[in-house]
Design a protein around this ligand. Structure first.
Ligand code: PRX
Length: 657
């Protein structure tokens, strides 16, 4: 086999010369002690979840979640609506902390935290329980109860996890907004979700600088019509944080003084747990809804299976809680499993490029879960930063967010994992709630670039344009044909879009939006998106979202945005714009980039902007994106277009639809 499909999806820029037939079996040493240690064990779990899902999930739920009241039916499924563990009552905050305290494990460390400036804290499960209860008590005082939406825009501090779990404790719904988004994006999300409370901090440390988060939130709140109160954590200090009287309150004033006794409220299984906005194929991000019991169980079991969790592990997921990875694998999965988690606030290259390795050595991290874009940055920064540190505590490595190209895989395996740590390349999505396909580290021989096989409960199908299952070697659209407990329950406020987006193409099946193929060994290879979603440094963005931001600038007439291969980010953002008669110069270019930052956030800032007098379109007026992708990637253009420099002349070439 030549280039891996994962490479192909990104234009084949990385490693395309590598042949990928290498197989890395788990070491006998690892396999011996693994949670799932034989292929037969996996196969019997897989068969049980596929053939007798009700019995399988009934046992799983009874064994791995606490129930205040037992559930009746396991699953009611009429696409697109899934309901799990009907009539039962549980609470995700109880499962994350109280369950461990009740079981006599209250003194175990839940969170080891390090701030970017080097400050440190540890919280045991008992301490975390108290902090969550205090925060929940403060919510109640601020008028927040079951069903209210709380927007959280915070740095990676323990209080971020506490704020999330305090919502879960009383049945409020959290909507975490990554702290890199703009005021406009915050306001859009607040309004879409009718958020009642906003939580933020005075500032955030980023590479030694302080970013004024509260200032951004103030701007957002001017346009957020439903937010009544704003709770502010003091993180960076200083006296200059403006507080609006009647609206803004300090965390230390209203949370710290609470008794911390509020018990977790028994909540019906399908009680909404959180909304998380993610980009789709249209301009407007959609609020993915997850509910309590099914999500919580999925996060826990996938964590335990994939990360082979043991009681003495020190587990570190380097994601931010602003993304689904942080929700499922910093908060809900590991805490429900009773793990000790390292949480780090800052950038991987501050104060120096060895910060991650310093942390691994210092805390003796055993499991590290990070993203391919980070791995590629580490490679670029140089091995000397890794060589300075003792990484022998590591036993397992994970990857998430995009396909990991074989070169990065090999470096991660050899340089970070010392050749002894299995790598779990985990494929999943905001919508799936948790990992769907991944090696099981004790049993699955891995192939660099493949997420290998589905977890128990995941029944993938590869289909053609009209939904028929296809010869999987060639690839097609990836669908999931049975409901699983962690699946999304809807798009907040938009049931029509929910059906259209995920359940129309292949009736009754969940359409993932990814292309995939399955090889002769039954291994899956994700080949990239089928829609206008691009993956920039593991962050999901809609090209149309960036286009809308560009055309909202008064001097832009039209914009087309595509992804182009990038060695570091996976994909970079390339924009083509037509403008009014304003002079094109560096100042305009800068202004446009800044404009997109302001509209969406720094993560959406185009890497290249090219000005043109017209965009190439089909007869029916559709922008020829495939052509623009080739132009952006610097690939040779097919046929007549190959020698044309000026897009305007390409635009003259009218293509049939
Ligand atoms: O295209 C797939 C890619 O990321 C998309 C999901 O993005 P998001 O909802 O932001 O969730 C990211 C974290 C789970 C998928 O549709 N993706 C994610 N993980 C992988 C991947 N592509 C290939 N291999 C992966 N391991």
């Amino acid at each position: 086999m030549s280039a891996t499909p994962a490479d192909a999806s990104q234009g084949g820029s990385i490693d395309h010369v590598l042949t990928e037939d290498r197989l890395f079996p788990p070491s006998a040493e690892f396999a011996k002690n693994a949670v799932i240690s034989t292929v037969e064990q996996y196969e019997s779990l897989y068969a049980a979840a596929r053939d007798t899902p009700d019995a399988f999930w009934r046992d799983q739920a009874n064994e791995h979640l606490h129930w205040f009241e037992p559930f009746g039916d396991v699953c009611q499924w009429e696409a697109p609506d899934a309901k799990w563990f009907i009539g039962g009552k549980t609470n995700a905050s109880y499962n994350c902390v109280d369950a461990h305290v009740e079981a006599g494990r209250g003194d175990k460390v839940a969170i080891i935290w390090e701030g970017e400036p080097g400050d440190q804290r540890t919280l045991t499960y008992r301490e975390l329980q108290t902090e969550i209860a205090k925060c929940a008590e403060a919510y109640e005082q601020l008028g927040i109860g079951e069903g209210d939406v709380v927007s959280i825009y915070m740095p990676m501090t323990p209080e971020l996890a506490i704020a999330m779990l305090a919502c879960a404790r009383i049945g409020a719904i959290h909507s975490v907004i990554f702290a890199g988004f703009s005021a406009e994006s915050i306001a859009d999300r607040n309004n879409d979700a009718s958020a009642k409370l906003m939580i933020t901090s005075d500032g955030l440390y980023r590479r030694g600088k302080v970013l004024p988060l509260k200032q951004t939130v103030d701007e957002a709140l001017e346009k957020s019509t439903t937010v009544e109160k704003c709770l502010v954590l003091r993180r960076t200090g200083g006296d200059d944080t403006p507080m609006q009287s009647g609206r803004d309150v300090w965390w230390h004033d209203v949370v710290d003084s609470q008794p911390g006794k509020l018990p977790a409220k028994p909540l019906e299984s399908e009680t909404p747990l959180f909304i998380l906005y993610t980009s789709g194929s249209t301009g407007k991000p959609k609020g993915i809804l997850h509910t309590t019991a099914g999500y919580n169980l999925w996060a826990r079991r996938t964590f335990e299976w994939v990360f082979d969790h043991r009681d003495d592990d020190i587990y570190w997921c380097t994601a931010d809680c602003g993304w689904i990875t942080g929700h499922s694998y910093i908060v809900y999965g590991p805490l429900t499993a009773g793990a000790t988690c390292l949480m780090y606030e800052g950038a991987p290259n501050h104060p120096a490029e060895d910060r991650f390795w310093e942390l691994v050595e210092k805390y003796k991290v055993t499991i590290l879960y990070t993203a391919p874009t980070a791995v590629r940055a580490f490679i670029k920064w140089g091995d000397e930063h890794v060589d300075k540190h003792d990484l022998s505590s590591l036993r397992l490595l994970g990857s998430v967010g995009e396909g990991i190209n074989p070169e990065a895989w090999m470096w991660y395996h050899e340089k970070i994992g010392g050749g002894r740590c299995p790598i779990v390349d985990t494929w999943w999505q905001t919508e799936t709630g948790g990992i769907m396909m991944s090696p099981l580290p004790g049993i699955t021989p891995t192939k660099p670039g493949s997420c290998t096989k589905p977890l128990p409960g995941v029944i993938p199908k590869i289909v053609d344009e009209i939904g028929n299952e296809v010869d999987s070697e060639n690839g097609g659209k990836l669908c999931i044909s049975q409901p699983w407990p962690g699946m999304l329950r809807g798009i907040w406020g938009d049931p029509k879009r929910f059906v259209e987006q995920y359940f129309m193409d292949v009736p009754g099946q969940y359409l993932t939006g990814d292309n995939a193929r399955r090889d002769n060994d039954g291994y899956y290879w994700i080949m990239g998106r089928i829609d206008d979603v691009i993956n920039v440094s593991g962050h999901r963005l809609s090209t149309i979202e960036v286009e809308s931001a560009l055309v909202s600038h008064p001097n832009v007439c039209e914009a087309a945005v595509v992804g182009r291969p990038d060695d570091l980010k996976g994909q970079a953002i390339a924009a083509f714009v037509t403008t009014t008669d304003r002079e094109i110069n560096d100042e305009f270019l800068k202004e446009l980039k800044l404009h997109v930052r302001k509209q969406i956030g720094a993560l959406a800032q185009p890497d290249d902007i090219r000005f043109t007098s017209a965009l190439p379109k089909t007869r029916s007026g559709k922008i020829m994106r495939r052509l623009l992708r080739d132009v952006a990637a610097g690939r040779e253009l097919a046929g007549d277009t190959s020698t044309l420099e000026d897009l305007a002349s390409i635009a003259q070439l009218q293509e049939k639809d």
